[in-house]
Write a protein that binds this ligand. Structure first.
Ligand code: NAP
Length: 285
């Protein structure tokens, strides 16, 4: 199939491009520099030129704290931009994939969230992503809305890399224990998205690494597997005082009859660390 990937320079975008290309799709990878999804005319031109079978929209404003002070930018990318992409795809009869977030939930549920659970975002980022879900499904009847969580993948700016850097500096690392979610490796999510796009299972899908843990437990596992003897201190969300409120529980599970299940988050972590080690070996010559 002919595919367009927007936001192709991001963590997930890079892995979607890699997987889709490896299984034989004809992929046009558009980074932010190649295509700004907030420019409707440019989006329409890019999609009309290629006439793809599907557009996988990985472009997003993902700075959760930054969105509190930059609501209009976050909304332009995550909500309006999503609508432009979905509409342009609709005009050439293409499917569209919109990647959304666990932060559409308020975190008050004790069990993992299902696709059918009520949404109630606590912060600007979640509200703009929820608006993006709605804009996408309104503009295109053949849309897949994928809610995922706690992504880590190529490019450097993820929690695993932050932990390894801080741990490597030998200083104590403070990590919250009162937020639970599903760490998700973009290599696994990318493969699932590429499988899904071949189907007609439109609508909302929860897709995240199987199982769940707190950020604190995730950090301990990162250090254990990397054999780094770091001093990890458990803290509360309140102690960190971040600008954006976060859900206490944002674990996701699918209630679909035939879900596409991702491997467990621990497996995601080991696959990521293995890939990272390989890359470092190659770079070292
Ligand atoms: N990261 C997470 O933990 C997480 C969790 C749940 C869901 N998600 C969702 O998963 C998707 C992928 O996230 P990610 O972690 O791969 O994020 P990412 O690494 O920040 O990638 C997002 C990409 O979108 C690009 N972008 C920003 N504004 C754009 C615009 N106006 N037009 C075109 N491209 C633009 C960014 O480019 P620049 O950097 O050059 O601006 C970046 O390359 C997003 O929809 C996100 O909301 C992420």
């Amino acid at each position: 199939m002919k595919l367009i990937v927007t936001g192709a320079g991001g963590m997930l975008g890079q892995d979607v491009v890699t997987v889709a290309t490896s299984v034989g799709h004809e992929v046009t990878a558009l980074s932010h520099d190649d295509l700004d999804v907030t420019d409707p005319a440019a989006v329409e031109r890019a999609v009309t030129r290629q006439r793809p079978g599907a557009v996988i929209n990985c472009a997003a404003y993902t700075d959760v704290d930054g969105a509190e002070a930059n609501e209009s930018t976050a909304s332009q990318v995550n909500a309006e931009g999503a609508g432009f992409v979905a509409d342009a795809a609709h005009q050439v009869d293409a499917k569209v994939v919109y990647v959304s977030t666990d932060y559409v939930f308020d975190g008050s549920k004790r069990e993992p969230y299902l696709e059918t659970d009520e949404t109630e975002p606590l912060q600007v980022y979640g509200r703009t992503k929820l608006a993006g879900e709605r804009a996408t499904s309104l503009a295109n009847g053949r849309s897949f809305i994928i809610r995922s969580s706690w992504l880590f993948g190529p490019g450097g700016g993820n929690f695993v890399e932050t932990m390894l850097r801080l741990g490597g500096e030998g200083k104590p690392v403070m990590v919250v224990h009162d937020q639970v979610g599903c760490p998700t490796y973009t290599g696994h999510l990318g493969a699932a998205l590429v499988r899904l796009v071949d189907s007609a299972a439109y609508g909302i899908h929860h897709m995240a690494g199987s199982g769940s843990c707190s950020w604190y437990e995730f950090a301990l596992e990162i250090f254990r597997r990397s054999e780094l003897d770091a001093n990890v201190l458990s803290s509360t969300t309140e102690m960190l005082g971040r600008p954006a409120e976060r859900p206490a529980n944002s674990a996701l599970v699918s209630g679909r009859e035939i879900p596409i299940k991702l491997p467990g988050w621990e497996r995601g972590l080991s696959d990521y660390l293995e890939r990272r080690a390989l890359l470092q070996k190659t770079e070292a010559g």
